[in-house]
Design a protein around this ligand. Structure first.
Ligand code: 5RP
Length: 229
């Protein structure tokens, strides 16, 4: 097992104890965690999970993990999820897998959020990865312009375009919304941008996760680095 994503997932698995209520993230790194958790469950570990996407729901079921919802279980002990970018203050960009809305709701309902990633995700300044922004369908062009204006107010400029699916249609998220990707290049003031995006009426949620991650396991050639907020 020397895939860095799987190594990071294995490190997070050590935090899991019997009886835990877990948030299960989305993406290729989180999938490693779900698979490894499944092995422990099949060996007798008793936990329950809330998946952050339909894809993770399917995988967790295949792995034999008992699932619940935030309606039945509104408070979770631990969420383990991947990220597209992590800075030294454990601010994240998420949403590369289009699951940011459920991911943020699940992380917010958790006492602790642990991020698992390979070393390529660590950055000095957020923004090289296109920032995903989930929006309602109504008024989408007006919302796009409001997002551009919000970015400009905090020194962020760049293309803001709808994410497409593989067959030339606008991608629709698990919650039935559309997704913009904002190519800002660098985001000098993530908190300021987050506040302005939150104030745009058509924006449902954005991929800036600030103050949510408590800890990260970042796996690289030198082993696993543990970052704590
Ligand atoms: C999904 C996400 C993922 O956690 C993020 O895209 C990282 O994915 P991967 O582990 O495949 O690199 O935010 O919405």
């Amino acid at each position: 097992m020397n895939d860095p994503k799987r190594l990071a997932a294995a490190a997070a698995l050590e935090l899991v104890v019997p009886g835990m209520k877990l948030g299960l993230g989305t993406g290729s790194t989180a999938a490693h965690f779900v698979e490894l958790l499944g092995e422990r469950v099949r060996a007798g570990l008793n936990v329950i999970g809330v998946p952050t996407s339909e894809a993770t729901h399917r995988l967790a079921q295949e792995c034999g993990i008992s699932l619940t919802t935030l309606e039945e279980t509104p408070e979770l002990d631990l969420t383990v999820d991947g990220a597209d970018e992590i800075d030294s203050a454990l601010r994240l960009i998420k949403g590369g897998g289009a699951a940011l809305l459920r991911e943020k709701i699940v992380a917010s309902a958790s006492r602790r959020m642990v991020v698992i990633a390979d070393g390529s995700k660590k950055v000095q300044t957020l923004g090289a990865f296109r920032l995903p922004i989930e929006v309602v369908r109504f008024g989408v062009e007006a919302t796009r312009r409001a997002i551009i204006a919000a970015g400009a107010a905090v020194g962020c400029s760049g293309d803001v375009s709808l994410r497409m699916d593989g067959v030339g249609h606008a991608l629709v998220t698990d919650e039935g919304h559309l997704l913009f990707d904002a190519s800002f290049g660098r985001i000098p003031d993530p908190e300021g941008l987050a506040l302005l995006l939150n104030a745009v009426p058509g924006v449902v949620e954005h991929g800036l996760f600030i103050g949510l991650a408590d800890e990260a396991f970042v796996a690289g050639e030198g082993g696993i680095e543990r970052l704590v907020r």
